[in-house]
Design a protein around this ligand. Sequence first.
Ligand SMILES: Nc1ncnc2c1ncn2[C@@H]1O[C@H](COP(=O)(O)OP(=O)(O)O)[C@@H](O)[C@H]1O
Ligand SMILES: [Mg+2]
Length: 243
Amino acid sequence: MSAVLSPQTAQTLLSVEDIRTFYGETQVLFDVSLQVAAGEVVALLGPNGAGKTSTLRSILGLTPARSGSIRFDCRDVTQAATHEIARAGIGWVPDDRRIFPTLTVARNLAIARKKTRFRAWREKECFEIFSALEYLMHRECENLSGGEMQMVAISRALLGSPGLVLFDEPSQGLAPKVVQDVMKTITRLAAEGVAVLVVEQNVQSALAVADRVYVMNLGRIVHEGPAQRLRSDAALRMRLLGV
Ligand SMILES: Nc1ncnc2c1ncn2[C@@H]1O[C@H](COP(=O)(O)OP(=O)(O)O)[C@@H](O)[C@H]1O
Ligand SMILES: [Mg+2]
């Protein structure tokens, strides 16, 4: 008889197990484990230098883990190349909103388009999410505001047909209205079955959209649980996150 997957296992898209990651000889991640299921929003919180970006970089193959394992969509991608990981369906909204500055918005979006086994998003849907985007299509990206760049960066991730999107501090430096749009997008992605892992300094925004939370400190996961618990338990929130 073949093994039957439990519903939990069947739905888990990303599974990071005990990864250790180094920059040169300096270890920055110590046995980090986390899971994200399809349709789930998971927040990764913690102070500056905790290892949040490094965790995303390991998942993306930019700074591969030296030990432990990373599985995505039933595949071991621990040592896979970044472009293979992208093609497997992991999208990324980097903290510096890395887009090609001398290209137009339209061109930046066109080259982000990619087929994976996951749902293909259309440009029209990006315009529905970010109504200003349609009117920026012929602008060069270097002249955009931070909020406009973030719209392009998120739209690029969507056009890459992701099963999982990694957001690195998506609300950083944005006006409250744009932060709201970004958080709405995260909620919409999850409603469409996409898995979301969001790193945030903005604890309040992150807790408002997250289903589950991991808190990191000094390269380790120091707390894991439902977001609801951190929303309702002010003492726990203060102890873990200082807010
Ligand atoms: N390119 C790098 N080279 C060496 N050390 C780095 C590099 N990037 C980050 N670090 C160090 O790794 C640790 C974790 O950083 P990071 O993952 O960026 O934290 P966070 O995103 O939580 O602020 C910090 O001590 C940071 O100084
Ligand atoms: Mg960071």
